[in-house]
Design a protein around this ligand. Structure first.
Ligand code: SF4
Length: 278
């Protein structure tokens, strides 16, 4: 909801008495217009020495917070007031439509779906003319590598823009993943550098367990780096390993074959604690 003011001049500008007094004249004009109920008088502001705007509450369904504005005029030194203009305008608390956006600016990154066509705008600053192929396969092979043979190539401005986006994005050096990585993409075997000027800073990750297929910054990194090594040994270093294949032979204590008197504790059965009452 936008705050909109209908005042076209400072509230404290002096309104000529002849204009300020004409509240009922302004209300009558609105009643005569017959476009909806007219509520309380909200105030008057000066437009200039000869004009002032009276505002009234507009009681129209769907127009909460809107106001009727009646612009009155009076010639210098005249007591005669005339109606110049009637308008329905949004007040400070009115619900108003969002700013209009031209249709060609409404598509946002991520809106493109399979089958959609999206042409670059005319004179797109991200693109500059390329050069047509010569027809000589050897020259064209080299030319295509460096971007010739295409009708348009990215401008310096376009490359700088996308470099900044990628650097500040999910696969940039300041991401949480990069900060916790053991090393950088630049030193990773899965890193496939781009060609051209972006090669110095960007490549594509070829590790399906990591940022596979995404452009990553050379200073990005992750735990799936090709030089990652796991700690040697097994189990946790806090405890000795338990070898369930080893067998330790121990001699069993001799067991008295004679039946024990009832209530007599055996070696395997500790005597009851008499103090506990058990
Ligand atoms: S595996 Fe990780 S460190 Fe290696 S290129 Fe991919 S994202 Fe970078």
């Amino acid at each position: 909801m936008d705050a909109v003011s209908v005042a076209s001049s400072p509230e404290n500008a002096v309104v000529r008495p002849v204009l300020a007094r004409a509240v009922e004249r302004a209300r009558a004009a609105l009643v005569e217009l017959n476009e909806g109920s007219v509520g309380d008088h909200l105030g008057v502001t000066a437009e200039d020495d000869c004009a002032a705007t009276h505002r009234f509450e507009a009681k129209l369904p769907g127009y909460n917070g809107w106001q009727w504005a009646v612009v009155l005029a009076a010639a210098p030194d005249s007591d005669h007031v005339t109606i110049s203009e009637l308008a329905l305008l949004p007040g400070p608390d009115a619900l108003v439509a969002p700013d209009w956006v031209p249709w060609n600016q409404r598509v946002r990154p991520g809106d493109l779906s399979p089958g959609d066509l999206l042409a670059p705008p005319e004179n797109d600053p991200r693109l500059v003319p390329g050069y047509f192929a010569t027809g000589d396969p050897e020259i064209d092979a080299v030319a295509y590598e460096v971007g010739l043979g295409r009708k348009q190539v990215m401008s310096r401005e376009g490359r700088l823009d996308c470099a900044q986006r990628w650097r500040e994005g999910e696969y940039g050096p300041d991401s949480e993943m990069a900060k916790a990585a053991p090393s950088t993409c630049e030193l990773c075997g899965f890193y496939l550098p781009l060609s051209g000027v972006l090669r110095a800073e960007f490549g594509v990750c070829g590790n399906e367990m990591a940022a596979d297929g995404h452009v990553v910054n050379a200073a990005f990194g992750c735990g799936a780096h090709s030089d990652t090594t796991l700690p040697t040994g097994t189990g946790t270093p806090r405890y000795d390993a338990y070898d369930d294949a080893a067998v330790e032979v121990v001699e069993a204590p001799a067991v008295d074959e004679a039946p024990a008197e009832p209530g007599t504790p055996t070696e395997l059965e500790p005597p009851l604690d008499s103090a506990s009452g058990n």
